[in-house]
Design a binder for this molecule. Structure first.
Ligand code: AR6
Length: 295
C-alpha cells in the first residue's frame, strides 16, 4: 500500500506551473453557477500554497484528518464511508456508536484507528434535490465550514476533503465544486491565526476532476509567475525549466487509472429511496450528463 504524505500532495502554485490547471482567460464571462463570487479574486500565493489538489484514494493519506462523507447515523455505509470503515477496522464504528449521530451539514471527529491519518472527521452531506437547491447548497457549504472548524479546534493542521454528496447523494459535481471551493476559501481567508496549514481536495471520479479543474481557477487564481510564460526562446521570463517540470510531474503521486468500482457505491446509488435517511430529504436524481450542466 503506497501511503501519500501530506507534504507530497501538490499545491496549486505547482499545479499551475505544470499546466495541470489553467488560469481563466481575460474577458471570460463568469459562469452562472459560481457561488458567492461576482468577480475573480486577487491572486494569492499564500492561499494557493495552502490548497492541495489530488486524485487519489483518501484512505491512503498520512495527514492529520481525512473527511468522511457519512450518513446521519455515523454507523457506516457504502461509497467512501464503507471504504473508510473497512480500512479503519471495527473500532471506528464502536467510537461512532458513542456519538449519537450527526445532523446534515454538521461534522464530528473520531480517531482513525488503522488508517494512516490521525483523525477522521465525519460530515453528513445533503441528498441533492433540484427542488430544494438553496437548502442543499447551504448544507453542503456547512459540511465544509464545520469540518474545517472541527479540524482547527482539534489541532489538525492538514485536512483532506472528498467530494461530499457527489456520489450516492446525487449532488451534481459541477454544482458541488463551487460550493466547496467557496467555503474553503472563506475559511482560509478568515483563518488569520493560521490554524490549518493545508486543505486538500481529493477527487476520485473523472466528473469531479472536470468540475474542480474548471472552478479552482475562479476561486484560487494563479499569480502571474505561476503560469508558464508564453515568451519565445531566448527571452527571459518565469517559465519553469522543462526538465524541472518533468521531474516534478514524475514526483506527483499517480491518480487512479480506472473509475471506482465499489460494489456498494453503485448498488446504493441506484437503490437509495426516500426514507432511507431520516433527514426528510428526497432521494437523489440520476446524474445529468455534463452537457446539460455546461455553461
Ligand atoms: N477516496 C476518495 N474519494 C472517494 C473514495 C475514496 N476511496 N470512494 C468514493 N469517493 P459517496 P455521498 C468519492 O457516495 O454522495 C454512504 O453510503 C466519490 O467519487 O461515498 O456523500 C454514506 O453512508 C464521491 O465523489 O458519498 C451515506 O449514506 C465522494 O467520494 C452516503 O453514502 C462521495 O461519494 C453519502 O453519499
Amino acid at each position: 500500500m503506497t501511503i501519500i504524505e501530506a507534504r507530497d500532495i501538490p499545491t496549486l502554485p505547482l499545479l499551475y506551473k505544470l499546466k495541470k490547471l489553467t488560469a481563466v482567460e481575460d474577458g471570460t464571462n463568469l459562469p452562472g453557477d459560481l457561488v458567492d463570487l461576482d468577480a475573480i479574486p486577487e491572486p494569492s500565493n499564500e492561499l494557493n500554497g495552502r490548497i492541495g489538489y489530488i486524485r487519489s484514494d483518501i484512505t491512503k493519506m498520512r495527514v492529520d484528518a481525512i473527511v468522511n462523507a457519512a450518513k446521519q447515523s455515523l454507523l457506516g455505509g457504502g461509497g467512501i464511508d464503507g471504504v473508510i470503515h473497512r480500512n479503519a477496522g471495527p473500532d471506528l464504528v464502536k467510537e461512532c456508536r458513542t456519538l449519537g449521530g450527526c445532523p446534515t451539514g454538521s461534522a464530528k471527529i473520531t480517531d482513525a484507528y488503522q488508517l494512516p491519518c490521525k483523525k477522521v472527521i465525519h460530515t453528513v452531506g445533503p441528498i441533492y434535490s433540484p427542488s430544494s437547491h438553496a437548502a442543499c447548497e447551504e448544507k453542503l457549504a456547512s459540511c465544509y465550514a464545520t469540518s474545517l472548524a472541527v479540524a482547527a479546534a482539534n489541532g489538525c493542521r492538514t485536512i483532506v476533503f472528498p467530494c461530499v454528496s457527489t456520489g450516492i447523494y446525487g449532488y451534481y459535481s459541477e454544482l458541488a465544486a463551487p460550493v466547496a471551493l467557496s467555503a474553503i476559501r472563506k475559511f482560509l481567508v478568515q483563518d488569520t491565526a493560521h490554524r490549518i496549514d493545508k486543505v486538500v481536495i481529493c477527487t476520485f471520479e473523472q466528473k469531479d476532476v472536470i468540475a474542480y479543474n474548471k472552478f479552482i481557477p475562479y476561486y484560487f487564481p494563479p499569480q502571474p509567475e505561476d503560469t508558464p510564460s508564453q515568451k519565445k526562446d531566448g527571452e527571459t521570463g518565469d517559465q519553469i525549466a522543462p526538465a524541472l517540470a518533468q521531474s516534478l510531474a514524475e514526483a506527483l503521486p499517480s491518480p487512479p487509472t480506472t473509475e471506482p468500482s465499489n460494489p456498494e457505491h453503485v448498488g446504493k446509488k441506484q437503490k437509495l429511496k426516500q426514507g432511507d435517511e431520516t433527514n426528510n430529504e428526497t432521494s437523489p436524481p440520476p446524474q445529468k450528463s455534463r452537457s446539460m450542466l455546461d455553461v
